[in-house]
Design a protein around this ligand. Sequence first.
Ligand SMILES: *[C@@H]1O[C@H](CO)[C@@H](O)[C@H](O)[C@H]1NC(C)=O
Ligand SMILES: *[C@@H]1O[C@H](CO)[C@@H](O)[C@H](O)[C@H]1NC(C)=O
Ligand SMILES: *[C@@H]1O[C@H](CO)[C@@H](O)[C@H](O)[C@H]1NC(C)=O
Ligand SMILES: *[C@@H]1O[C@H](CO)[C@@H](O)[C@H](O)[C@H]1NC(C)=O
Length: 372
Amino acid sequence: MRLQYAWFTLLHFLSPSFSLPLQVPPTTSPRSSPLPDLPRLVIYYQTTHDSLGNPISMLPLVTEKNIALTHLIICSLHINPGSTIHLNDHPPSDPHFTTLWAEARVLADAGVRVMGMIGGAAPGSFTAQTLDAPPGSNSTAFEHYYGQLRDVIRTYGLGGLDLDVEQSMSQAGITRLVERLYADFGPGFVVTLAPVASALENGGNLSGFDYGDLEAAAGDEIGFYNAQFYNGFGSMASTAAFDGVVANGWEAEKIVVGQITTPDNGGQYVSFDVLNRTIGELRGRYGEIGGIMGWEYFNSQPGGTAEPWEWAQRMTEILRPEGTFNLTVTRETAEMLEGAWRRSVLGGSVQGVGGQYTGVLPDVDYMAMVNS
Ligand SMILES: *[C@@H]1O[C@H](CO)[C@@H](O)[C@H](O)[C@H]1NC(C)=O
Ligand SMILES: *[C@@H]1O[C@H](CO)[C@@H](O)[C@H](O)[C@H]1NC(C)=O
Ligand SMILES: *[C@@H]1O[C@H](CO)[C@@H](O)[C@H](O)[C@H]1NC(C)=O
Ligand SMILES: *[C@@H]1O[C@H](CO)[C@@H](O)[C@H](O)[C@H]1NC(C)=O
């Protein structure tokens, strides 16, 4: 992840315990048959609004045809010492995110596991003053900031949490965090980590701790790894980097191949043809791999900001050439989403909403998505 986007970030959720700051009717029917777990298609959703301040809809990821999305990761959550947890630039409860949470509910109902991510390029979440407070010496700090994180997961019914540790953290600290999440949320909740690929073959790392030691200590409580095969830490131009990870003892199915979705998001972008070839070779060699992850949604190639979901269609062609996947959207759901959109835009970027805004229409045509 990392990169220049200090702006927005988010979260996610799922399950009947999810709650919104507005009345949400029952939404959609789930997919007719749930997707098999493997191969995973994982997308990070960090840039939440366009340059005009309008929410960027993630619903095309389920309403457009032939996208087998399994996990959506809302990011980035940050711990702020002495303050409250933020999703990018705002508390998760800010009206800015009303659409985000409303759409996330629809995705979850459609069978996508909606997760949150904490960490990324901005430092602070995993320090000795926060989530890496030395175990034993002052657990007050850990309990305080972990409590903020746990409450976000509960409030929004997130189905998992990705730990993107891009600053040095202790071995004991990361193990405690994973074990605590597992203890609080159980086996139905998915904990993942997002190492750079080289960290899985004893090369360069951004996290300080040893991932092999973490897997040995708490691997049963970790769902999979969103390994970053880009930015100089590994590449999909050939199978070499993934082969090196497997040769180092990692199970191929537990490693999701992380890719940037456009050259604008980092280094070592590879074309769809090359990626398809490398993934094909890896699946031929290992039977199956963990899947593909993309950083990040809003500007993905080939559609760009106008049609960012096309990246997911390309990935689905590579991962599941045989499948078709559709979502049912009712009129009730579309109306709920229109209301959430207005609240996001008016409550998030306009102070003192007046009657003159009641006619504002979403720039996402939710009604056009109604198909049931
Ligand atoms: C322990 O952590 C709490 C919360 O961050 C802080 O207020 C307190 O000063 C810390 N105590 C010590 C002894 O460092
Ligand atoms: C991680 O990288 C740092 C240097 O950036 C190094 O000191 C440390 O030994 C590395 N840790 C592991 C487990 O590879
Ligand atoms: C991927 O490569 C296979 C051959 O290995 C080919 O049959 C398939 O059409 C390619 N898919 C895409 C989406 O290019
Ligand atoms: C999805 O929709 C297409 C056409 O609209 C249809 O052919 C296909 O059977 C549907 N797939 C599922 C899984 O319902």
